[in-house]
Design a protein around this ligand. Structure first.
Ligand code: HPA
Length: 271
C-alpha cells in the first residue's frame, strides 16, 4: 500500500485538519447522513489511491470533513475489516493518513457481543483496554517512522478521553458500561466454549474490528478512545443462535442514544 500517494490525495482534498476523527461502526453509521455531514466535504474511499474500488459488502466508504457541535471533525463511514481478506496495511491505512494529517485523537466505535453477564443488549461500553486475539499485529513489517518499533500499550485508551466520555454520558443521562474489548478475526461468530474462555481471560465484549486501528493510531501518536455498542449477548449466553440481523437491529435501536452520547462528547471535547 503506497501511503504517500494516498496521503497526497487526502491532503489536497481535505478542507481542514480535524481535531478528532470518528470511525462510525454499527450503531453510529447514521451520523454520516446528518445535516452537518451533508454540508461537509466528502471524500469517497474510491478516490484515494490504493484503496479498493468496492468493499465486499458492496458499498465503499467515505471520509467526511464537517463541523459537528461546533467542532471540526472527520467522520469515517465504513472501514476495512481483516475478515474481508484485506491486508492489515489497508485495514489501518486510514489511521496512518489521519496521523500524518495532524489529527490529534480518534474515537473508534463498533458493534460487539457482550461477554460480561452484567451487560444488556443495547447498552454502550466504553473500551478501557483490549485483548488482541487476531493472531497477528498490524505493526508487523518494517517500522514506519517516526513511530517507535515497540509501541507502549499501557494506556492505549486515553484516560482523560475516557473521563470525558463518562462525563458526556452523565450529561445526557445515559448508562455507560466500561470494559475490555477482545478482538477476534471473525467472520465466524465464536463458539460458546470460546466465549467462556474469553470471559476467563478478562474480556467483557468481543468483536472483529478496532484493535488493529487502535494499535496503528497509537503508533502514529494519536490519542485513542473507543465505544462498543453491545448488539447481542455473545455465543452460548442465550438459548438461541446468533445472527448478523440481530446485531444490525440492536445497532439501529441504539443509534439515537449512541449519537447523543458522541455529540455531547464532541461538544465538550478538550484535547
Ligand atoms: N462476536 C464477534 N463480533 C461481534 C459480535 C459477536 O458476538 N457481535 C457484534 N460483533
Amino acid at each position: 500500500m503506497d501511503l504517500s500517494a494516498a496521503f497526497t490525495t487526502l491532503q489536497a482534498k481535505a478542507p481542514f485538519v480535524p481535531e478528532l476523527a470518528i470511525v462510525l461502526g454499527s450503531g453510529l453509521g447514521q451520523l454520516a447522513h446528518c445535516p452537518e455531514a451533508k454540508a461537509g466535504v466528502s471524500i469517497p474511499f474510491t478516490e484515494i489511491p490504493g484503496f479498493p474500488k468496492q468493499t465486499v459488502l458492496g458499498h465503499a466508504g467515505q471520509m467526511i470533513f464537517c463541523e459537528l457541535e461546533g467542532r471540526k471533525v472527520l467522520l469515517q463511514a465504513g472501514r476495512f475489516h481483516f475478515y474481508e481478506g484485506n491486508p492489515m496495511a489497508l485495514c489501518t491505512a486510514p489511521m496512518r493518513l489521519y496521523g500524518r494529517l495532524g489529527v490529534k485523537a480518534v474515537l473508534h466505535t463498533n458493534a460487539a457481543g457482550a461477554v460480561n453477564w452484567n451487560y444488556q443488549v443495547g447498552e454502550l461500553m466504553l473500551i478501557s483496554d483490549h485483548i488482541n486475539l487476531q493472531g497477528t499485529n498490524a505493526l508487523i513489517g518494517p517500522n514506519l517512522d517516526p513511530g517507535p518499533r515497540f509501541v507502549d500499550m499501557t494506556e492505549a485508551y486515553d484516560k482523560d478521553l475516557r473521563r470525558q466520555i463518562h462525563a458526556a454520558a452523565t450529561a445526557v443521562g445515559q448508562r455507560l458500561q466500561e470494559g475490555v474489548y477482545l478482538a477476534v478475526t471473525g467472520p465466524s461468530f465464536e463458539t460458546p466454549a470460546e466465549i467462556r474462555a474469553f470471559r476467563t481471560l478478562g474480556a467483557d465484549a468481543v468483536g472483529m474490528s478496532t484493535v488493529p486501528e487502535v494499535i496503528v493510531a497509537r503508533h502514529e501518536g494519536m490519542k485513542v478512545a473507543g465505544i462498543s455498542c453491545l448488539c447481542n449477548m455473545a455465543a452460548g449466553m442465550l438459548p438461541q443462535p446468533l445472527t448478523h440481523a440481530e446485531v444490525l437491529e440492536a445497532g439501529a435501536a441504539a443509534a439515537t442514544r449512541f449519537e447523543a452520547l458522541v455529540r455531547r462528547f464532541v461538544k465538550d471535547l478538550s484535547l
